[in-house]
Design a protein. Structure first.
Length: 262
């Protein structure tokens, strides 16, 4: 696992955008570059950087296929808080990715399990995900895989914990009751099947989750800890998120990746 420690959130996003653009530009196969994408406030800076790179002619999304991590169950895509809306407002409407190359789980499906099976099959049809980008919650959940979700789980229906609904209520007039109780989400196994996984973590409130991801035992309690078993896992984090890391480990990662600091 690589841990790239940056001074602040903006530099975390800049480093991640540079890495993603480099992977897209370096993709020489005829098949599209397959990119897994997250949502949430932590990713807004990343998407701004990617849009900027596109506008500057530094990257093209014409040969990119995307698969989003999750979507609320029962929320129409036109809803202002749907992840379909989020992705189009923050990335897809501002770059040259073909609409047919974007894949987001259908939160209004009449067959949730079938929708999830089809999603896994479509990912497989492209030969898997080249790079899955994500973030983690304060309890270490990756996508909507709450604590004690199987580390080999596949795309499926997830019941959201009260903590997650309270945390996400900031997008729903601070009313947890307005946050859907269930979501469709890729599984931990879906994410770790990707060739590479890049996770963005920032802020003091994510310090315990970062420590669990990097230093803790591999456990369903912290689903993020599954990344320890991935040969291509990368963490891009800021110094504020490193508050719970052992000092020796913090210094080790800084020394190991000193050339990567912006």
């Amino acid at each position: 696992m690589r841990v790239i420690i940056q001074e602040n959130y903006d530099k975390v996003c800049q480093w991640a955008a540079n890495y993603i653009a480099g992977k897209i530009n370096g993709h020489k196969e005829e098949r599209p570059f397959v990119l897994g994408l997250p949502t949430g406030s932590s990713q807004l800076g990343l998407y701004k950087e990617l849009v900027k790179k596109y506008e500057n002619g530094e990257v093209s999304f014409e040969n990119v296929v995307t698969f989003n991590m999750d979507e609320y169950l029962g929320l129409p895509r036109e809803h202002p808080q749907s992840y379909w809306t989020y992705m189009h407002e923050n990335l897809f409407n501002h770059v040259n990715i073909p609409e047919e190359n974007t894949n987001i789980l259908n939160g209004m499906t009449d067959d949730p399990e079938g929708e999830c099976e089809r999603y896994e099959e479509k990912i497989a049809s492209y030969g898997g995900v080249d790079l899955f980008v994500g973030g983690i919650g304060v309890d270490g959940h990756l996508a909507f895989n709450e604590p004690f979700t199987s580390l080999t789980s596949r795309t499926g229906v997830r019941t959201l914990t009260d903590d997650t609904r309270i945390a996400n209520s900031r997008f729903f007039d601070y009313d947890p009751e307005k946050v859907p109780e269930k979501a469709l989400s890729v599984g931990i196994g879906t994410v770790t099947d990707a060739k590479e996984v890049l996770i963005l973590i920032s802020g003091h409130n994510k310090a315990r989750a970062l420590a669990a991801t990097v230093e803790g035992n591999v456990s369903m309690k912290w689903t993020c800890s599954a990344l320890q078993l991935h040969n291509g896992a990368i963490i891009s984090c800021d110094e504020d998120a490193c508050g719970e890391l052992m000092v020796d480990n913090y210094k080790y990662f800084l020394a190991l990746e000193k050339e990567e600091r912006l």
